[in-house]
Design a protein. Structure first.
Length: 409
């Protein structure tokens, strides 16, 4: 366990005391000199060829080839966002409008909204107990006679039991789409997430473990039969599979669709950040392991349990609070921790069944009690791969300080 630095003030910062962390936590700085060099290469390539850069060029080809190599094979297409990537997945699988689609209990709005946009009826499955992820039993309980697809999200860097869900889905002819946006590179039984279902989508926006710039996404599949349709859907219905296709002749387009392309600059950034993803995941795991060790003596908080056989790609660090051992609510505890200079999301609001704007599309009475219970007793500590021993020590010291202040006598 790390040796915790002693802090002179025991008075909580939220009450006017000196915070444990008096300097800002290190910002991530994911985009550095290597990414700038790659962007410069796009310009230099453009000048050399005497044509302005756009999309679906040599940098996207190199990026998607590298992405597939990281996944162990398959096909990938770079698009403008994770939301766009899900839209492409749903259109590619050509699920009949009006069909039911099981959606995860916890996700970003972009991880479910496209289902409504393509005319599907969402049914929310609950999380497994003690998890933000859909469990196999909860998936099975959400099935209807009209279920044709499921979106399986891997939340917070902890993978879902995708293999068991796919087994249930396959026996019923249900298409499986994996949402890997918060868990790039995580493993289930030694196998990359994104390789279990029919298709997968990844957000690559700036905050994600792997990012291509301010916003971005990837459509991924192991199945070659989807390749041409993916590219057409992501590029306005163009028949890109045909070598004699005339770009200047819209008469040849196949169907209405959107322009969801990613650009060459973002793909060049992605080439660079992808090369660092394995070491970044390893670094994040070491930080989480150090926090786990440091917090073992804590009486009021516990890290979220990672199921056996899962290798996370940590996105945030979830701690559960024993509210019986403290004199305040979980939210007040987390707010006091934030005042000590620690990055905290004290009340994770990404529970799908709670969103008023989305409830109108759900069956009456939809609730996800397991997901709600975990949110009610947990908070997320925010961190990045640049954290070191000092940051781990300060997070642990702040937790012990707040725990001591609010301990029930």
């Amino acid at each position: 366990m790390p040796t915790l630095r002693r802090h002179r003030s025991t008075r909580l910062a939220i009450d006017g005391g000196t915070p444990v962390r008096r300097t800002p936590l290190p910002y991530r700085r994911l985009f550095g000199k290597n990414e700038l060099k790659m962007v410069s290469r796009v310009f230099q390539d453009s000048w050399r060829k005497k044509t302005d850069f756009g999309y679906q060029g040599v940098f996207e080809e190199a990026y998607t080839r590298g992405f597939c190599a990281f996944q162990g094979g398959g096909f990938a297409d770079a698009v403008c966002s994770g939301t766009a990537a899900l839209y492409v997945c749903l259109r590619t699988l050509d699920i009949e409008p009006g069909s039911d689609i099981v959606v995860p209990p916890v996700t970003d709005p972009g991880g479910v909204a496209p289902a409504v946009l393509v005319g599907l009826k969402p049914v929310v499955a609950d999380a497994a107990p003690g998890s933000f992820n859909m469990g196999p039993a909860e998936f099975k309980a959400a099935l209807t006679s009209n279920t044709k697809a499921v979106i399986v999200a891997h939340i917070g860097g902890i993978p879902t039991d995708a293999g068991s869900i796919v087994k249930i889905a396959s026996s019923r002819g249900i298409k499986v789409i994996e949402d890997c946006s918060q868990s790039h590179g995580a493993l289930v039984g030694g196998r990359r997430i994104g390789t279990f279902g029919d298709m997968a989508f990844f957000s690559t926006m700036f905050s994600k473990n792997h990012a291509t710039g301010g916003c971005g996404g990837v459509v991924y599949t192991r199945h070659a039969r989807y390749r041409d349709r993916i590219r057409s859907i992501a590029d306005r219905g163009k028949p890109l599979a045909y070598s004699d296709f005339d770009l200047k002749n819209p008469n040849e387009y196949l169907f209405p669709s959107l322009n969801l392309n990613q650009d060459e600059l973002s793909c060049a950034i992605g080439i660079s950040t992808l090369s660092r993803l394995p070491s970044m995941i390893a670094r994040r795991r070491r930080i989480v392991e150090a926090l786990d060790r440091a917090l073992r003596p804590a009486l009021s908080v516990r890290p979220l349990t990672v199921p056996k056989g899962m290798s996370p790609s940590p996105f945030f660090y979830t701690l559960t609070v024993d509210t019986e051992s403290i004199s305040v609510s979980k939210t007040e505890f987390a707010e006091a921790l934030a005042a000590e200079g620690i990055g905290v999301n004290h009340d994770y609001r990404n529970i799908v069944a709670e969103w008023p704007w989305f409830r109108r599309y759900l069956p009456a009475g939809t609730a996800t009690p397991n997901a709600t219970a975990l949110r009610a007793s947990s908070f997320n500590v925010l961190f990045n791969e640049r954290f070191g021993r000092g940051e781990v020590d300060d997070i642990a010291a702040a937790i012990f300080k707040v725990s001591a202040a609010f301990a029930r006598s």
